[in-house]
Design a protein around this ligand. Structure first.
Ligand code: F6R
Length: 610
């Protein structure tokens, strides 16, 4: 989604800003722009489309400029074109914005009545003209910002350049994330630390309701009431190497390959594989009052939601408590039942998803204990939750989630062991059994990835299909949902995931010889039932692509095509292997279709608007 980057210092800033924007590309965008201050003059360039369209325009900017702001826009209000792209500029002020100003129509009417002419269809331009009006009235940018803020409703994180105060750039944070990076005689800011981590790892994450004035020498922060706030700088631990493709054609492929290493790291940190005893501190359990918990609620969006669906399969039998799983966007607007005894688990790779963040605040208002499962340490959800289980999967750049999804599954699985042991619903012998299998998991995952050559060949047979169905039962059911999501996201093929037993309740009407059906059929307790579901599809001439065990001859005979998935004697862990096969299938189908795998159309990595 929209990205912001800003710089003030002694270096020429155009390349710094452009590089920062390119590090935000993975978030998804459809236009981009840069504004710089040269002396007291502002120069702006903007382009529709990718950064490659903006690059040739950079020479129009004053090359020596040492302060500026940049933006990648993911269209919300108005088409993705050059006029609507940020920065918006007027009267020697330039402004970039992330979020949505909810009362923009009302403000636009008011400003139009005062004689303002608007160029774009955006809500952002309203903030610009409001600021310019208040600057005329109050003279200093700081006072103008303070006068503007109470007039805005919604989410508005802003970066502002003002020609008449060239020694500073201003930021405002409300809703969408914003981080300030401190350097020596230079300072940076961005909506995502990824954009600045190359230059500095000392960062202050602004809180909602803060205004910052950033100069070459330092940073001043105030809350929206004008009280001074002391910045709290932390050390970022994002390695900039993990944001490179390292020889892989796409980030998605690289991230699929990283999964065994991510698993090894997580296992080392989160459980003692010899004794089987989970690490309560790292899982976040030691900071929770578990004695009062009598139900669990898991909330997330998209892929993270599917991971939570699997979490229910892990947690319910292990902890013997009811586990409710919900989409954050639905949860936040109904009147959910929550109590002080609810353990509320928010799952989010980015930790910035607006709907999930809103549910965390809601749960805290109900007195729930909130545990976040997140991949970004200083993210808004991680900071808002009582305690966070950090996945530490490393930055995920491909928009379609792969390693973060499997890391979520492992986190939920280990959480179920930890909670089950604490609640005495699991014994030490249960833990030991699980640990024996967990030890083998990274190697099994490597084996699953080794199947990629065969999967690539198979993908070539199906890249022209118009539709796909994915089906699975038990722990393979959420995997079917995830498999279908992955395929539609990156190949743009329509795909649906179903529980095997549900097919005959409607979707079976879709089956004919043109319908590929991916059947996830490991050797678990559901196998016989899955075989019957496969027969039902075959009887209607559907084409079966089975994902199953190497030596499952029966399944091989039934299937038109077969994807070999390594076997592990635990249905919960098996799901983590099956999904790797589906990630590879989607990836190669998308590559064959020539789509933009890492940045699929219309999608954003971090959905910071609701
Ligand atoms: C799909 C995907 C999305 C995200 C969803 C939630 O591949 O990545 O569906 O899972 O937008 O994002 P997070 O996990 O950052 O809250």
């Amino acid at each position: 989604m929209c990205g912001i980057v800003g710089y003030i210092g002694k270096q020429k800033c155009i390349d710094i800003l452009f590089d920062g924007l390119s590090r935000l590309e993975y978030r998804g965008y459809d236009s981009a722009g840069i504004a710089v201050l040269d002396g007291a003059e502002i120069g702006v360039v903007k382009a529709e489309g990718k950064l490659s369209q903006l690059k040739p325009l950079l020479s129009e900017l004053p090359a020596g400029a040492t302060r500026g702001i940049g933006h990648t826009r993911w269209a919300t209000h108005g088409a993705p074109n050059t006029t609507n792209a940020h920065p918006h500029a007027h009267a020697n002020v330039a402004l970039v914005h992330n979020g949505i100003i909810e009362n923009y129509l009302e403000l636009k009417k008011q400003l139009t009545g005062e004689g303002v002419t608007f160029q774009s269809e955006t809500d952002t331009e309203v903030a610009l003209h409001l600021f310019v009006r208040e600057l005329g009235r109050h003279k200093t940018p700081f006072k103008a910002i303070m006068a503007m803020i109470p007039q805005l409703k919604g989410a508005f994180s802003l970066g502002i350049l003002v020609g008449n105060e060239p020694d500073a750039v201003y930021v405002v944070k409300q809703g969408s994330p914003l981080v300030i990076g401190a350097g020596r005689n230079e300072n940076f800011f961005a909506s995502d630390a990824m954009a600045i981590v190359r230059h500095t790892t000392r960062a202050h994450f602004l809180n909602d309701g803060e205004v910052g004035r950033i100069t070459e020498q330092g940073v001043e922060i105030w809350d929206f009431s004008g009280n001074v706030v002391a910045p709290h700088f932390v050390e970022l631990d994002i390695s900039s190497a993990s944001t490179e493709k390292l020889g892989f054609k796409h980030f998605m492929l690289k991230e699929i390959h990283e999964q065994p290493r991510v698993f090894s790291g997580m296992l080392k940190r989160l459980i003692d594989l010899d004794s089987g005893i989970p690490n309560d501190d790292e899982l976040g359990l030691s900071k929770l009052d578990l004695s009062r918990i009598d139900n669990i609620c898991m909330v997330a969006c998209g892929t993270a939601y599917y991971s939570a669906l699997l979490g229910k399969y892990y947690l319910e039998p292990a902890v013997q408590l009811p586990v409710n799983v919900e989409l954050a966007s639905e949860f936040r607007y109904r009147q959910p039942w929550l109590s002080k005894n609810t353990l509320f688990i928010a799952v989010s790779q980015s930790g910035e998803t607006a709907d999930t963040l809103a549910t965390v605040k809601q749960a805290k208002e109900h007195g729930c204990q909130v545990l976040a499962v997140c991949n970004v340490k200083m993210s808004s959800i991680a900071r808002e939750a009582n305690v966070t289980l950090h996945m530490d999967a490393g930055p995920e750049i491909g928009v379609a989630s792969t390693k973060a999804f499997t890391a979520m599954l492992l986190a939920h699985y280990l959480l179920s062991l930890g909670l089950g042991y604490k609640r005495k619903t699991l014994t030490i012998s249960d833990l030991k059994k699980a640990a024996v299998l967990l030890k083998t998991l990274p190697a099994r995952m490597d084996q699953a990835i080794d199947g990629k050559v065969a999967i690539e060949q198979l993908a070539a047979k199906y890249d022209e299909a118009a539709n796909f169905i994915f089906m699975g039962r038990g722990t393979s059911y959420p995997i079917a949902l995830e498999g279908a999501l992955k395929l539609k996201e990156i190949s743009y093929i329509h795909a649906e995931g179903y529980a095997g037993g549900e097919l005959k309740h409607g979707p079976i009407a879709l089956i004919d010889r043109h319908m590929p059906v991916v059947a996830i059929a490991p050797q678990d307790v559901y196998r016989e039932k899955m075989l019957s579901n496969i027969e039902e599809v075959k009887a209607r001439q559907g084409r079966i692509i089975a994902v199953g065990d190497q030596d499952d001859q029966h399944l091989r005979r039934l299937a038109d095509d077969f994807i070999v998935c390594p076997h592990i004697a635990d249905a919960g862990l098996q799901a983590m292997l099956s999904v790797v096969c589906l990630q590879l299938l989607s990836y190669y189908v998308a590559v064959k279709r020539g789509t933009d795998v890492d940045q699929p159309r219309n999608l954003a990595k971090s959905v910071t608007v609701e």
